[in-house]
Design a binder for this molecule. Structure first.
Ligand SMILES: [Zn+2]
Length: 962
């Protein structure tokens, strides 16, 4: 039956709206507060965005049906620079961008003209995204909507910032940040192409001396200075002699540029080829000896200073390069120099248990490395580095540091070299190249006298760690990622020069950065309702107001007087905050783990008392388009609203959800949508056929199907509680179908006409379970089933009100397995049956069966032991005549699911002969159109021409087909 999806979508969306179903205020029910990362409106939503919101909506709808008062609100994040960049590109008539607006996003031309104003872009896509959310059927309370440039929100952010500053968590300082040299702005994940967070690391620069000119080398291992034997330079690279503040340095040009951003005054004096330095001697900071500058091809100009120190005992690269130099094959080494090189030996200066005296030599030989450009050297370096870092002890030739562990001495040595004036630092991007959205390659810059969130603060980190410990993280495997992020977080610039947003309250030249003003906004959803209803004026909001609403500070009457609302209204806002906070579940994509989600926790623990800390984070993966990553350049982005118009909201929702659990990538493809549509259409069709007739006295198959339905409800509820939505959907849509088919076959063969009420009850339960996932079609079917209340307002069918009947489960399993056996025999023998005879096992076998089953459940599966105990018992000693019986029965039992085994133990013996006679005859008649005869193995007058009866086992009767 074809469904008009669009008509059904509109019908039910209208009904929910008329009923104000998603407008949630505090009441006397238990609450749940579900939030999702709000969208940044610089483009319409595509299928990929739809995943997180759909998961959160399903979660909200499920919890509502479980009886909770669930608030699911939405806001829009205008803050930041990307919209600004887009407006500039529109102004410059950027053909690619404008073409994208026209063809991909279908923006009317007169609108595009307005896009020279950044806010117009945000406003346009804000409405576009909101319409898409309504069309997807998200149960959002739109009364609480806001944007981050609303005056009231800006007051809220000012309060947040003043509060953090008072707590010394926003500090002024000089710290490194990712930086776009073109925009002159710090960059974080949201500002870069491909959404990568610029990550950087600090190198120690040790300065060697060449007649007053500094030869700087960058290293992560300053402690190895004591093992230095020479310096490596790349003879092919054109280096620069530069003035760095008051010193003269030799570095690669790339390094000179990096230094400019690190608060140094750089002046280029001249270019000098690397080979010019080969053979010269430099003085090391730690001793009066000189070391040679030697040529090496593995030294790269874009790494560090482009010059490195050589520690051949502990650095595999250096060891190999030294071997290469000694070989005499290097043309840039003349004979005199070669003689001197022959005298260079590795200097061992770290003792590590499990490593030899010259560990670099050992590993180079072990890995079969033969030249300095061998990629295996990276791996060798890492291996030695980590062993020496954790277990290495500095040897006697390290002077005052001898006997110290590397992990402890590292910083001391760094301090010492700095103190004697021979060290500096160099910051390098570890994931370069990182490109700004404007296309410029980012650098690391030391931003001085700027405002930083002090995420390096140990107490703050500790508090956040303890919040995470008490939180539910779904899926739990992502938990360790949060711990790692917290540990590496450092000071983070929280102000920007350009963009939309709130001004830093004490320094109005600067704007609050977009990952700083989007971390506690969940609390603002409480206030925005009153602002939107005009019960408070956004411009009136003061710090006192927020302190009262969030902390209950001071007298409500006094504060109310000052800001033009009634005392009662102010108290109502405070009470609503107390009711809805904390956030019960925060949904987000995985890309926000290293920033937004972690900051969300950090800012909550800083600003709110423990009872208002977040309770749960749910993280999901992305959506692939027919197996491929979605991207503009691939041309495979499907705007969400287009997809809804074409396929209907519910098929889109289910297709996104059914292909993957939380962290996996979901796959969206046309076959999957069609499969879902067919399935929903067939459920819809069934709803027109069943009526809510009275349920008759239950027959065995009725008891069984209700038991299966109860099982389904339990399984689905368990999956829902863990947000295992793929699993839940499979249970609801597909797994139950085979049970239903068996039931229909049984009732048909018994020629029953009184099952409509039962089918109605089954479909009703399934539709209710489907309702959070596919809310529109579920309401439609629910209505067809004769209900006047909404499905979304009905109780979740955790229990169908009928107890699980173990005996009927055993009975139906037995009948199914006999039918299966008959079919198998017919398949093998290819005969058309004229008569079917079944033999059930005799009494002692049942006793033996129960005894074997008990052994299995107790964990005893040793045949010898079981046989002995059976023979020792008078009631089962007959197995002596039939020694194969134990082995076969044991296999029968072990091939059954554990639940079924337990059920068998609990109900004990069942009368197989009676059950088969009364329940199977009709099935056999129906399926094969022959008569069925049933005998017990022990019947004296049985028909048994082929002597089959003796093969019967409990739950595995013998079958004769003629
Ligand atoms: Zn830029």
């Amino acid at each position: 039956m074809e469904i008009d999806w669009s008509a059904i979508d509109k019908k039910w969306q209208k009904k929910w709206l008329e009923n104000n179903d998603h407008e949630i205020d505090s009441n006397n029910k238990e609450k749940k507060f579900i939030t999702v990362a709000y969208p940044y409106p610089n483009s319409p939503q595509h299928i990929g965005h739809g995943r997180t919101y759909t998961i959160a909506d399903v979660h909200s709808r499920y919890l509502r049906m479980k009886g909770f008062n669930v608030l699911f609100p939405m806001g829009f994040h205008y803050t930041g620079t990307p919209i600004l960049g887009m407006a500039k590109r529109v102004e410059a008539n950027d053909a690619e961008l404008i073409e994208g607006f026209k063809t991909l996003y279908k923006v009317p031309e007169d609108k595009i003209k307005e896009f020279v104003e950044p806010v117009k872009i945000a406003d346009y896509f804000h409405e576009e995204i909101k319409s898409g959310m309504i069309e997807m059927g998200y149960s959002i309370d739109w009364r609480r909507e806001f944007t981050t440039i609303d005056p009231a929100y800006q007051k809220f952010i000012e309060w947040q910032f003043r509060n953090l500053k008072e707590k010394n968590l926003i500090v002024q300082g000089s710290h490194p940040v990712g930086w776009c040299p073109k925009d002159q702005n710090p960059v974080s994940q949201h500002d870069t192409l491909g959404d990568v967070e610029p990550d950087f690391t600090e190198y120690i620069v040790i300065k060697f001396d060449l007649n007053g000119v500094k030869i700087p080398v960058a290293t992560l291992r300053p402690e190895t200075l004591f093992g230095v034997t020479n310096i490596w330079i790349n003879p092919q690279v054109m280096y620069q002699k530069i003035k760095v503040n008051d010193e003269i340095w030799i570095t690669s040009p790339e390094c000179a540029r990096k230094l400019e951003f690190l608060e140094k005054k750089i002046e280029v004096i001249e270019d000098i080829l690397g080979s010019d330095f080969v053979g010269q001697s430099v003085k090391a900071p730690h001793s009066s000896d000189s070391v040679l500058i030697l040529p090496a091809s593995f030294v790269k100009s874009d790494n560090g200073t482009g010059i490195v120190m050589s520690v051949p005992a502990h650095a595999p690269f250096d060891y190999q390069a030294l071997l290469d130099s000694k070989s005499g094959k290097n043309k840039s080494i003349n004979n005199d120099l070669l003689k001197n090189i022959q005298n260079i030996e590795p200097i061992s200066m770290i003792n590590t248990e499990g490593l030899g005296n010259i560990p670099a030599k050992d590993i180079v030989e072990k890995m079969g490395i033969s030249h300095q450009d061998d990629p295996k050297l990276e791996e060798a370096t890492k291996e030695i580095y980590s062993k020496e870092f954790y277990d290495g002890i500095l040897a006697n030739n390290t002077k005052q540091f001898a006997g110290k562990k590397i992990s402890e001495a590292k910083d001391e040595i760094k301090e010492w070299v700095t103190k004697i004036g021979s060290a500096d630092i160099l910051l390098e991007l570890t994931n370069s190249p990182v490109k700004c959205r404007c296309g410029t390659e980012c650098v690391v810059k030391i931003l001085s006298n700027q405002w930083f969130l002090d995420y390096s603060n140990k107490d703050w980190k500790q508090k956040a760690h303890s919040c995470f410990e008490g939180m539910n993280i779904l899926p739990n495997e992502i938990r360790s990622e949060f711990d790692k992020v917290l540990d590496w977080l450092r000071e983070r610039a929280c102000a920007r020069q350009h963009g939309l947003g709130t001004k830093v309250p004490w320094d109005k030249e600067w704007l609050v950065e977009s990952l700083a003003d989007s971390v506690i906004y969940m609390a603002f959803y409480i206030i925005s309702k009153y602002v939107n209803k005009k019960e408070i004026n956004g411009n009136d909001l003061t710090d006192e107001f927020f302190d009262y609403v969030f902390y209950g500070k001071k007298d409500s009457g006094e504060i109310a007087n000052k800001i033009n609302i009634t005392k009662e209204k102010l108290e109502e806002i405070r009470n609503e905050f107390l009711y809805f906070y904390p956030v019960d579940s925060r949904h987000s994509g995985r890309d926000l783990v290293p920033n937004h989600l972690t900051f969300f926790v950090l800012n909550h623990v800083a600003l709110f008392p423990e009872e208002n800390w977040p309770q749960e984070i749910v993280v999901n993966g992305s959506v692939l388009m027919a197996g491929k990553k979605m991207s503009k350049s691939m041309g495979n982005i499907i705007p969400l609203r287009d997809a809804v118009r074409k396929h209907g909201a519910d098929p889109i929702r289910l297709t996104i959800l059914i292909s993957a659990e939380l962290l996996q990538d979901a796959d969206f493809n046309v076959e999957a949508i069609n499969g879902i549509k067919n399935k929903l259409e067939s459920m819809y069709e069934n709803s027109t056929k069943t009526k809510a007739e009275e349920i008759p006295e239950l027959e065995p198959e009725d008891k069984w199907i209700f038991s299966m339905l109860q099982n389904l409800a339990l399984n689905v509820s368990q999956s829902m509680d863990k947000i295992r939505l793929r699993e839940a959907l499979h249970h609801i849509l597909y797994d139950f179908d085979s049970e239903l088919q068996w039931y229909l076959k049984r009732t048909k063969s018994k020629q029953r006409t009184n099952i409509s009420g039962i089918l109605h009850k089954i479909l009703s339960s399934r539709v209710l379970m489907l309702s959070p996932f596919a809310p529109h079609i579920a309401e439609e079917i629910w209505e067809k089933l004769g209900n006047s209340e909404l499905a979304s307002k009905s109780a979740w069918p955790s229990s169908i009100g009928i107890e699980i009947d173990s005996k009927s489960i055993q009975t139906e399993t037995l009948l199914k397995s006999i039918i299966e056996d008959i079919n198998n025999i017919l398949k093998v023998t290819k005969i058309s049956p004229k008569k079917i005879t079944i033999y059930t096992a005799e009494q002692w076998k049942s006793k033996a069966y129960n005894s074997i089953l008990k052994n299995v459940l107790d964990g005893q599966t040793n045949i010898g032991t079981i046989i002995k105990s059976l023979i020792a018992n008078k009631e089962t000693e007959q197995i002596k005549k039939d020694p194969d019986f134990v082995k076969k029965t044991l296999n029968d039992i072990l091939s059954e699911p554990v639940e079924l085994r337990k059920g068998r133990m609990n109900i004990g013996q069942i009368d197989e002969k009676q059950i088969i006679s009364s329940e199977l005859s009709s099935l056999v008649k129906n399926d094969y159109d022959v008569e069925l005869s049933v005998f017990s193995e022990s019947d004296s007058e049985k028909y048994d021409p082929k002597n089959k009866a003796k093969a019967a086992r409990p739950f595995k009767p013998a079958i004769l087909i003629e």
